[in-house]
Design a binder for this molecule. Structure first.
Ligand code: NAD
Length: 348
């Protein structure tokens, strides 16, 4: 099933307006979700709508909230998301932080107590449009953890993403390195279960810590877990994301016995005006030379050439511009969620 992205975005926006959001907020949520699908990250796209509306009904997320400035020390800025929808809150925070970084050269930003912010690269891309480089460590606190520590056998953390976005010149798109620290995104395990297929090897363990490819192990008790990516290295990054995104940003960690409702993200970000570091000199030229150099490595498989982070998403977005593929289960769930808010689905 394929759907026109503009038509889908309008439908999603109508759903959130019907659920109590102002049109502008609904538009920001809808744009973020549809762009995630366009970029190939369906786990962070419109399939999240039923969960967002469930969190609304549970009193975990509140429409039309604005970020609260907790402290402002010039180059250190702390915001509280006030349990608002993640995308509009984070958009507003990074608009402010970006302007500040253009003045101070660098900003350390903490954002706590915000509901699911979605694809972290979106905020790095927003900053890159201003010429800013950014590094983000993100944790998530949820009732049920899903990622086991390296050498562990039960889930202790969520999929804690790390993201680095770097503009590399006016004529080239930015480098967008943006991934979960788990071997596979939770949404992708759910998709495998819905499709009745196995998860990729070396991504899951059962409740005894033994390797499994059965995605159902993650959703039935006693639950298994997702492994961190890259053995001890990915595990170390997952832990640091929890420390910085949770404890340093001040929203708390998955270890807390009192879990907040819904899915709460914490973002610890460093935003740098690269011109202040290197001037208008040769950085862009050096990076262009580097990227051309690494991409010239002969592909082991001619059908799969060397790419740099951000390229796969741009390629998928170009393919999907004419029509976003949506599987039937996801579409049925979205239509049911829309109906619960009193919105009829468009014909597709
Ligand atoms: P992924 O495993 O698809 O990895 C994506 C990253 O790898 C991108 O930077 C991409 O450009 C790069 N990449 C992919 N193939 C490449 C190649 N051949 N060469 C070079 N680079 C390549 O991503 P994921 O772990 O499934 O995460 C998906 C999204 O989920 C991210 O946007 C992340 O921010 C988001 N996420 C959010 C939360 C949250 O709590 N808000 C939690 C987890 C993940």
């Amino acid at each position: 099933m394929f759907i026109d992205p503009a038509c889908l975005q309008a439908f999603v926006s109508d759903i959130f307006v019907a659920a109590g959001s102002a049109r502008e907020e609904a538009g920001e949520i809808a744009e973020h979700l549809v762009v995630s699908n366009l970029k190939g990250h369906d786990s962070h796209g419109v399939g999240l709508i039923p969960a967002y509306l469930l969190h609304l009904r549970q009193g975990a997320v509140f429409p039309n909230r604005k970020p609260k400035l907790v402290s402002d020390l010039g180059a250190i800025v702390v915001h509280d998301g006030d349990s608002g929808y993640g995308q509009p809150i984070a958009n507003a925070v990074f608009a402010m932080v970006g302007e500040r970084a253009l003045t101070t050269g660098v900003v350390v930003s903490a954002l706590r107590n915000v509901q699911h912010v979605g694809r972290i690269g979106a905020y790095g891309e927003q900053l890159a449009k201003k010429g800013l480089l950014s590094i983000h460590f993100v944790n998530a606190v949820y009732a049920q953890a899903c990622v086991a520590p390296f050498r562990g056998s039960d889930a202790r953390l969520m999929t804690n993403p790390i993201c680095i976005v770097a503009p590399i010149g006016p004529d080239r798109p930015p480098i967008v390195l943006d991934f979960a620290t788990s071997a596979i995104a939770l949404g992708k395990v759910r998709v495998a279960m819905n499709k009745g297929v196995e998860a990729p090897p070396d991504t899951l363990v059962d409740h005894k810590g033994q390797a499994t490819r059965d995605p159902r192990q993650l959703f039935v008790d006693p639950r298994g877990a997702i492994l961190p990516f890259g053995l001890h290295k990915g595990w170390g990054l997952a832990l640091v994301a929890e420390m910085f995104g949770g404890a340093l940003a001040g929203g708390g960690t998955q270890a807390s016995p009192d879990k907040p409702k819904g899915l709460v993200n914490g973002l610890f970000s460093i935003v740098i005006d690269q011109k202040r570091v290197i001037g208008d000199g040769g950085y862009f030229a050096d990076v262009a030379e580097l990227i051309d150099y690494v991409k010239a490595s002969p592909a082991a498989d001619p059908a799969a050439p060397v790419l740099v982070p951000g390229e796969p998403e741009r390629a998928i977005a170009a393919e999907r511009a004419a029509g976003l593929p949506i599987d039937e289960t996801t579409w049925r769930e979205i239509v049911a969620a829309a109906q619960s808010a009193g919105v009829a689905a468009p014909a597709i």
